[in-house]
Structures are given as structure tokens and as C-alpha cells.
Design a protein around this ligand. Structure first.
Ligand code: TRP
Length: 454
């Protein structure tokens, strides 16, 4: 048996965990669903879920991973005994990771494509910069995303980069990549926020983000906020179990989890601050939906001084954030095949990455040739997104909290919590959240949603 690789230091681990958390969820999804669900009111509910459910669950996942030193399925198996059905909860997680990456990589591919387009337009003044109106921008976006070949190629390129990084392992793959990219990410974001909030007329966007409109809140938006909190923190599918399994005994897990969750939330809020003031200042539509950043922003950038430069920065920022998250999704799937099926890391990453690529193709085409193919009124892409984000992730989180709260004995769970962190008070607060608060809240939200529909 090879010795399990471990993260080089606490800081590098937090960078990797935050790299997983900060992604398209923060920059692409959060602004548009906040825009559609009441702005500030939605943000408050989302932050509530992050504190009450998100943080305790990240801690729980990391502890389960560290205690077992195994992938998501192996962790449940090891802690619950070989004949217990709990491994199924881990298997649901691995499947979820598989499905999420197949649509995640499509948007990531768009981001990479838009980075190239804006950079080349900035350098050579191509047609991208000549965009004047939202209609023009939308036409370009529809032509690009609906093309039967190009977006698939960008999706493939993005997957190849991911697979390459994951196949190199923890230290020279994931850690090396996060160590370089996370500081760049922070730098670009700071630049964009300053640019956006100093535009004349930015106040309206800030108001939209900070003054709550509670009339837009209903069961659906509460569930969406819950899904969003799980998605953006990378919890509910064992990604944090997997990252935790590369931790040594001395790590202070609650502290690292706290930094991961705060960085993630802060970056979502800052991304909102980089986007909305600019959108309002330049007369864009804040409720535009998934295309907000691909349709509205290019026009916005085009109307500001040095817009080509800021546009290129923005899409590079988006691509980097997507990459550091996507590798955590692929790592979760890969670790399962490495630990449980004893495949080599290279083989697992390439084969699974390849299958994910193939599954992504229909997602990609659901913006073009097969957009009229609908199941439950949603195209293939939206269906996968809705199912995984709003159903599988909260459900996976529910299973994990029941497992840790009721089956992994309290003594063991608390002991794990207290290795590294010394506060017994915090440990019992955490345990109460896991054992009672999370299961009850998640079940209530699910039931409310079901009844609300019926
Ligand atoms: N958190 C990432 C984002 O916000 C996406 C992501 C990465 C994820 N790994 C995950 C979501 C694991 C759920 C589970 O973009």
C-alpha cells in the first residue's frame, strides 16, 4: 500500500478547500439567482443557511474524511462497519459529483472561451469590443452557446486541464494549482470591485444588493437558498470528506472550516458587488438569469473606460474560480476509484473525466440543437442542475448529519472535533446542530416545498 498523500500545510489546505468552494456558484449563479429572488432578502436567507447548516456540515464532512482517511464511499464504510448500508450515502455523493461536473464544465468552457474572446478583442480589437447593445451581445451569446461544435470543444479543453491536474495527485496537482491560482483570483476580484463601485450610478446596484425585498420570498426561494448554500460551499456530496481525508491528525478542522466558509461567502458578496453596480450604472437588466454575466457584462465592460482589459480580467477570474472547483469534483470521483477499486490515479482520472465529458455533451447541446427536448418542463442542462443542486446536495447533507449525529458515536465525533480545537463548548454546539437542527430544518424545507407545489 502506498502512503496516503497529505496537504503540505494548513494554509495550503484552506486554499484548496476555499478553491473548491469559490467557483461558478459564487460568481455565475449567486448574482443571477439573487437577482431573480429578491436581492438582499435572498442573500440574508442564504447567509442564514451558510451559518446554521453550511459551517457545521463542512466541519462534519472534513472530520469524517480525516477520521477515515478514505474517499466518500470508503469513509462511510470504514466508520459504519462493512455490512451497513451507509456506504450508499457516499455512493450518492460520488454520483452527484459526476453529474455536477458534467454541467459545470459547460459553463466553465464558456468562461474560458469568453476569456480568449475578450483578450483577443482587447489586443486586436475584434468584434467583441464593438458590442453596443444587449441585443447584439445576446445574439453573439446565442450563436456561440447554441453552436453544435465550439462549446463542446471548449468543454473538452476544460475537462482535459482538470483531468491533468487531478491525475498528478494532491501535492503536485491540486495543491500546486490552488497555491498559484487563489492569490491571482483574490487580486483580480479586488480590482473589479474597485472599478465597479466607483462607476457613476453604482449606488442603485448597491441598494439592490443590500435592501431586502421580502415579498419575493416563498418556499421555492427558501429551498433555492438552501441548495445554493450547499452548492457554493461544496457540501453534501463528499467533496469535503475527500479533501479531509488528506489531512493529518493535528489539523484544527473547525478553524479551517470557518475560514473556508467565510472566504466563500465574502467572495460571493464581493462578486455581487463587482457585478450589480456595473450592471445598474450602465443600464443592464439584473434579473437576466443564467446569461447575466455572459450577455449583460460584455456590454457593460464595453461602455467603461479600459473595458476590454476589465472584461478580460473578469472572464479569466471566472475561469480560474471554475477550475479550482472542478478539480475538487473530479477528485471526489477519482478518489473513489483509487481507494475502493484500486485503480491507478491516472486511469481513474482519465476514464471518469472522459465519461463526464461525454455526459456533458447533451448538456452542452441543450443550449443549441436539442433545446426543445424537455423533461418536466426543463431542458437537460437545467434538469441536471436543479436535481443535483436543490435535491441531491441537501439530501446528501441530511444523510451526513444523521450519520454523524446518530450513528457515529457522540464520543467519537466530539473527540474528532476536539483534536486540534480545544473548545468543548463549541463542540457541543456543533453536535446539537448536526444531530437536531440540520435534519429538522432540511426535512421541513423539503416538506414545505412539496406541499407548496401541490
Ligand atoms: N462550490 C463550487 C461552486 O460554488 C462548486 C463545487 C465544487 C461543488 N465542488 C463541489 C458543489 C462539491 C457541490 C459539491 O462553484
Amino acid at each position: 500500500m502506498k502512503r496516503r498523500e497529505h496537504w503540505g500545510s494548513s494554509l495550503l489546505f484552506v486554499m484548496a478547500a476555499a478553491g473548491s468552494a469559490v467557483g461558478l456558484g459564487n460568481i455565475w449563479k449567486y448574482p443571477y439567482i439573487a437577482g431573480q429572488n429578491g436581492g438582499a432578502a435572498f442573500t440574508l436567507i442564504y447567509i442564514f443557511w451558510v451559518v446554521v447548516i453550511g459551517l457545521p456540515l463542512i466541519i462534519a464532512e472534513l472530520l469524517v474524511g480525516r477520521a477515515s482517511q478514505k474517499d466518500a464511499v470508503g469513509a462511510y464504510k470504514k466508520l459504519s462497519g462493512p455490512n451497513s448500508p451507509w456506504w450508499l450515502a457516499g455512493a450518492l455523493g460520488v454520483l452527484t459529483g459526476f453529474l455536477i461536473l458534467s454541467f459545470y464544465s459547460i459553463i466553465a468552457g464558456w468562461a474560458v472561451a469568453y476569456t480568449f474572446k475578450t483578450v483577443s478583442a482587447f489586443l486586436f480589437s475584434g468584434d467583441f469590443l464593438a458590442l453596443q447593445t444587449a441585443e447584439e451581445s445576446e445574439a453573439i451569446f446565442i450563436k456561440f452557446s447554441g453552436h453544435p461544435i465550439y462549446p463542446v470543444v471548449w468543454h473538452g479543453l476544460f475537462m482535459v486541464i482538470c483531468i491533468y491536474i487531478v491525475s498528478r495527485g494532491i501535492k503536485s496537482g491540486l495543491e500546486a494549482c490552488n497555491k498559484i491560482l487563489m492569490p491571482i483570483l483574490a487580486g483580480i476580484l479586488a480590482l473589479l470591485v474597485v472599478r465597479s463601485v466607483t462607476l457613476p450610478g453604482a449606488m442603485e446596484g448597491i441598494e439592490f444588493l443590500w435592501y431586502p425585498d421580502f415579498s419575493k420570498i416563498n418556499e421555492e426561494s427558501i429551498l433555492i437558498a438552501l441548495g445554493q448554500a450547499s452548492f457554493t460551499l461544496s457540501i453534501g456530496m463528499g467533496a469535503m470528506i475527500t479533501y479531509g481525508s488528506y489531512l493529518g491528525r493535528s489539523e484544527n478542522v473547525p478553524k479551517s472550516a470557518f475560514w473556508t466558509a467565510s472566504t466563500d461567502t465574502l467572495i460571493a458578496l464581493l462578486a455581487g458587488l463587482a457585478i450589480f453596480p456595473a450592471v445598474f450604472a450602465l443600464g443592464g437588466e439584473p434579473t437576466a438569469g443564467p446569461s447575466l454575466i455572459f450577455v449583460t457584462l460584455p456590454v457593460v465592460f464595453n461602455h467603461m473606460p479600459l473595458g476590454g482589459f476589465f472584461g478580460a480580467c473578469f472572464f479569466a477570474f471566472l475561469s480560474i474560480a471554475a477550475l479550482t472547483s472542478a478539480i475538487s469534483l473530479l477528485e471526489t470521483v477519482t478518489a473513489y476509484f483509487v481507494d475502493e477499486k484500486e485503480w491507478s490515479r491516472k486511469k481513474a482520472a482519465w476514464i471518469m473525466g472522459g465519461i463526464i465529458f461525454l455526459l456533458g455533451v447533451p448538456c452542452c447541446l441543450s443550449y443549441g440543437p436539442i433545446q426543445d427536448f424537455k423533461i418536466f418542463g426543463k431542458n437537460f442542462f437545467d434538469l441536471l442542475d436543479y436535481l443535483t443542486t436543490n435535491i441531491f446536495l441537501p439530501f446528501g447533507g441530511l444523510l451526513l448529519s444523521i450519520f454523524v449525529g446518530w450513528f457515529w458515536r457522540r464520543r467519537l465525533a466530539t473527540e474528532a472535533f476536539l483534536t486540534g480545537s480545544k473548545s468543548a463548548r463549541l463542540a457541543s454546539l456543533w453536535f446539537i446542530c448536526i444531530r437536531y437542527v440540520i435534519p429538522i430544518l432540511v426535512i421541513v424545507v423539503f416538506i414545505a416545498k412539496l406541499l407548496g407545489k401541490g
